[in-house]
Design a protein around this ligand. Structure first.
Ligand code: 13P
Length: 262
């Protein structure tokens, strides 16, 4: 079977419900004809838009930007896996750099969320990435290994096939970010792949590994060509349906050649 290519967008705290619905209708219209056997398209809107989004997402999988590791209780401001299941979510984004660095989330929290997401039937999308300071100190590889080993603690090799991992260097993300050069991203993806294989054996080789951080129309092709890149996780450049569609059109032929026909 061809390896799954994942192309998705995290909408962060950007679109309202109305804007999300308009966006998804347009994106679903543009992408409806794309074969899905080995392509997973996903969009991760705000929590408040999820319910309306699930009614119009069509062939686009929906994700949540965060999730509590408990089902119910005294956790003000958190959203439970039971609530996410009610609104048609299939992916849960865990440990995004903005969660880690603005809201203080740790690898241990990410780990609880990964285990909880798996036990509730979601695809955990674990985000990892080094800061500019860690890169400058030459410890990026160690940081990535630690984030994976801690974040995926207790996940069985049997469940590893349900994971998705995104490499998002913190310095590459957002309006002030600089996209990683393909050579650099390629090296780090190789480190992540080696770590996943060390953790899970052959199952580690099958985990989709996405690159994220200032992906745009110009750099999406060179990034998609990297051997250990199985997809892209995009912010700003995907927030217009036509912009996302152009990126999809650019990289799909590359992934088809790398992974085998869809
Ligand atoms: P940008 O593409 O806007 O840098 O955002 C990437 C991201 O944070 C995806 O999770």
């Amino acid at each position: 079977m061809a390896k799954m290519c994942c192309l998705g967008s995290n909408n962060k705290m950007t679109m309202t419900i109305r804007e999300t619905v308009d966006y998804l209708r347009a994106l679903d219209f543009l992408t409806a004809q794309l074969p899905r056997e080995s392509l997973r398209l996903f969009f991760i809107p705000s929590f408040t838009a999820l319910s309306a989004a699930s009614a119009c997402a069509g062939g686009i999988d929906l994700g949540a930007q965060n999730m509590c590791w408990e089902e119910r209780g005294q956790f003000t401001g958190e959203v439970s896996p039971l609530m996410l299941r009610e609104v048609g979510v299939s992916i849960v984004e865990i440990g995004h750099s903005e969660r880690r660095h603005i809201f203080g989330e740790t690898d241990e929290m990410a780990n609880r969320k990964v285990l909880c997401a798996l036990s509730h039937g979601f695809t955990p999308l674990l985000c990892v990435g080094e800061t500019a300071e860690q890169r400058a100190c030459g410890i990026a590889d160690e940081i990535l290994r630690i984030q994976l080993i801690r974040g995926l603690r207790g996940v069985s090799a049997a469940d590893a096939g349900r994971l998705v991992v995104a490499y998002e260097p913190v310095w590459a993300i957002g309006a002030g970010g600089t996209p990683a050069a393909p050579d650099y991203a390629g090296e780090k993806h190789a480190v992540l792949r080696q770590t996943l294989c060390a953790l899970f054996g052959p199952a580690g080789a099958e985990i989709p590994l996405l690159y994220g951080g200032s992906v745009n129309l110009e750099n999406c092709g060179p990034l998609a060509l990297l051997p250990e890149v199985d997809g892209l996780f995009i912010g700003r450049s995907a927030w217009e349906p036509a912009g996302f569609y152009r990126i999809i059109q650019t990289v799909l032929p590359i992934f088809k050649i790398k992974n085998g026909p869809c």
